[in-house]
Design a protein around this ligand. Structure first.
Ligand code: SAH
Length: 239
């Protein structure tokens, strides 16, 4: 049996529900994947797990699914945010895709002093998070936030949430693992690294733990995946 197509839908799912398909979904299912009425797909809405659904109407601009039964419960990622300074488009796309696969609950592009990108296309990044969740078997889609300034974000920071501050200044020093439960945010800097002011501020925050990601300086996209791996295997849902 071939693997069923997984589809994220914004419509809430439940037994017997009829779910309208968007134009893009109809194009993908019926145009690209050549599914017809009666075909079965797996649908998830980010809130109620994964459901088996049957195509009951096909069209060029839309279609309809009918929900049969639940196939998997909702699996929420740990309360982990990934904050990163956006870099070149393709690498930023990569970070968003990997963060969704690795189980970040929220993806937050932040503008630091040395961030090159002045703006992001949030909707495009969100679509990447959706696609990643569809292909990795996730039942949850992390929200991608609008670009926010790091200094403002830190000024309003709730210190119940710890920060795993990935400080390239610590490259080569003995690696430390984040410790302590509760909500967390990982912070990755831009190609140019953090400014002295940012580094000083973060080191002064009690809720921030500066960590090394090993002896080499990683590119920001590599650092994001490495940091998520380190956190998930130490405090998250990989244990
Ligand atoms: N241009 C900077 C490096 C920036 S690397 C320099 O040469 O110093 C991009 C980001 O990845 C950094 O801001 C940091 O958050 C993270 N990073 C890369 N390598 C790291 C390491 N070995 N330890 C901790 N963080 C690292």
């Amino acid at each position: 049996m071939t693997a069923k197509i997984r589809l994220y839908v914004e419509h809430p799912l439940g037994e017997g529900q009829s779910v309208p398909l968007s134009r893009e979904q109809a194009h993908y299912l019926f145009g690209v994947m050549r599914l017809g009425a009666g075909a079965l797909v797996l649908a998830f809405d980010g809130q109620s797990g994964e459901w088996l659904a049957e195509v009951t109407q096909t069209g060029k601009r839309g279609g309809l699914l009918e929900v049969k039964h639940q196939t998997r419960p909702l699996h929420m990622p740990p309360d982990l945010w990934l904050m990163f300074a956006p870099i070149k488009k393709a690498r930023t796309d990569f970070i968003v895709e990997k963060a969704a696969e690795m189980g970040a609950a929220r993806i937050m592009p932040v503008q630091t002093e040395f961030t090159n990108a002045g703006r992001i296309q949030r909707d495009r990044l969100q679509a990447h998070a959706v696609e990643a969740a569809e292909q990795c078997g996730g039942t949850y889609v992390p929200q991608v936030s609008e670009l926010a300034r790091l200094d403002r974000l830190l000024a309003g920071w709730d210190d119940a949430r710890q920060i795993m501050f990935c400080d390239e200044g610590l490259a080569g020093s003995t690696p430390t693992r984040p410790t302590g439960g509760g909500p967390w945010g990982i912070l990755i800097g831009p190609e140019g690294g953090f400014s002295d002011r940012e580094r000083g501020r973060l080191h002064a925050m009690e809720c921030a733990q500066a960590v090394s990601l090993g002896p080499r300086i990683l590119r920001a996209d590599t650092a994001a995946v490495a940091a998520l791996t380190l956190w998930q295997s130490t405090l998250g849902d990989w244990r």
